[in-house]
Design a protein around this ligand. Structure first.
Ligand SMILES: [Zn+2]
Ligand SMILES: [Zn+2]
Length: 223
């Protein structure tokens, strides 16, 4: 038996496969479809309102759908034991990704990786929604030419994660090298509508209230 046929390798290959799935699903199923289909609607709602996350029931349904596709396919190719281990690796990374993505929005970074993951994902949200599709890694963005170095990320203040700001609403000193905020702290109803339009056309949200969103998928930094 070669190493690649071992169950340990199957778990690792499953985990690595998730990073590719994360990129492909996020780019094509969620963004390119622009609101056609449940996955795209749910994800673009999250772009319009960054505090919105799909309910757990929908995530479990998508995990079940992933298993229903991945397990029989790999079982036909490599046998049921290998396929079972592969699916464990795939689903473990899927749940790890769900936790990591949510924490990106809700908790401050604790190390270099966390700092990168937040800048990377918040650049995707607020700078260029058609760039930086990977959330847990940049491997596939780099392979397919969709990676931007996040640089200093400009965040519309109304969408700023709570961990970024101090009690006066300013960017905390420890994050000042990585982030700027712009605009008002709250959105009125018409801005909520404009944020939704921007999200569903894959445009970055406007930095100032009342302004039109920037170019589709473009970067306000004029990259
Ligand atoms: Zn997000
Ligand atoms: Zn996205």
């Amino acid at each position: 038996m070669t190493i690649i046929q071992s169950r340990g390798a199957a778990v690792l290959i499953g985990a690595a496969s998730w990073t590719a799935a994360e990129y492909g699903l996020h780019r094509f199923l969620m963004h390119e479809l622009r609101g056609r289909g449940l996955a795209s609607v749910e994800h673009l709602k999250h772009h319009a309102d960054v505090t919105y996350f799909s309910p757990a029931s929908k995530k479990l349904a998508s995990a079940a759908a992933t298993t229903a596709l991945a397990y029989p396919t790999t079982a036909a190719l490599a046998g049921r034991r290998w396929a079972g281990a592969f699916t464990v690796g795939l689903l473990s990374m899927y749940f790890g990704y769900e936790v990591a993505h949510r924490r990106t929005h809700t908790h401050p970074p604790r190390n270099r990786y966390g700092r990168w993951a937040r800048r990377n994902h918040l650049h995707h949200h607020f700078g260029a929604p058609m760039r930086n599709f990977g959330v847990t890694s940049a491997v596939w963005d780099k392979a397919f030419g969709t990676y931007d170095d996040p640089g200093v990320v400009t965040v519309p203040r109304r969408m700023a994660p709570v961990w970024l700001l101090d009690e006066t609403g300013a960017v905390k000193a420890e994050f000042a090298d990585d982030y700027l905020t712009k605009g008002a702290a709250r959105a009125d109803a018409s801005q909520v509508d404009r944020d939704r339009v921007a999200a569903f056309t894959n445009a970055a949200p406007a930095l100032e209230l009342g302004m039109d969103a920037g170019p589709k998928g473009g970067s306000p930094r004029g990259r």
